[in-house]
Write a protein that binds this ligand. Structure first.
Ligand SMILES: [Fe+2]
Ligand SMILES: [Fe+2]
Length: 224
């Protein structure tokens, strides 16, 4: 991930989305919620990583991971500006995520982050494949590629931390994680369903994609 963080050309403006008003009106409010979700500072996560006694290499990767999320927030803010859509500063889904993440340890924080990552894969993938604007396709494609790297990074590093849970807690974490992924996917399908259908991914297909990613990634995360 460290090589990836600085390798994108630095986009400073999105001049022309080329989208008609109806599409912009559908895309803007949905993106504003995802932009808010991308814009955390990572402070709490670093503190949890320090408390958990993780090594310097891991913490450096974590820093690159947060830097990439902040780059996503910056790119999406440029898109929102071009769409004439104001930034959001709060939304109940973001508040709920922050609350659950901050309740426990580094493992819990990353697990909850992974709920958002798994759902984001299908969301950005749908936008990258279905928005009729070359500039926006590039932005969504970049973010989607980064999210795949993030999932691979956490799928590589989190299982060791999860194995330290006693077996029953490990099993319970898997059930809770799966419940959260399904819940988050249902919320996104409901609240962003019109946009997803418009870009060619109807709600049911979106849900099938998330559930398929969830099975694959869950099997890796919770291997013993
Ligand atoms: Fe992101
Ligand atoms: Fe991510």
């Amino acid at each position: 991930m460290s090589e990836r963080a600085g390798c994108h050309a630095h986009l400073t403006r999105v001049d022309h989305t080329g989208l008609d008003r109806a599409t912009a009106a559908l895309l803007g409010p949905s993106l504003a919620i995802f932009q808010l979700g991308e814009s955390g500072t990572g402070e709490h996560l670093f503190e949890a990583a320090r408390r958990a006694g993780t090594d310097a290499d891991y913490r450096q990767c974590l820093q690159h991971f947060i830097a990439e999320e902040q780059e996503h927030a910056r790119l999406l803010a440029l898109v929102l500006d071009a769409l004439g859509e104001p930034l959001r500063h709060r939304h109940w889904t973001d508040g709920a995520f922050v609350l659950i993440r901050r309740a426990h340890s580094l493992r819990t924080e990353i697990l909850v982050l992974m709920v958002a990552e798994v759902v984001a894969l299908s969301y950005y993938g749908a936008l990258a494949g279905g928005v009729a604007s070359p500039d926006l396709t590039e932005v969504f494609g970049r973010i989607h590629t980064d999210e795949m790297v993030h999932v691979a990074f956490h799928a590589d590093t989190l299982p060791n931390q999860l194995r330290r849970f006693p077996r029953p807690v490990h099993a319970l974490s898997r059930v809770l994680w799966s419940t959260l992924v399904v819940g988050a996917a249902l919320v996104v399908a409901k609240e962003h369903g019109r946009l997803l259908a418009y870009v060619g991914v109807p709600r049911r297909r979106f849900l099938r994609q998330v559930l398929s990613d969830h099975r694959r990634i869950g099997a890796t995360l919770f291997r013993r």
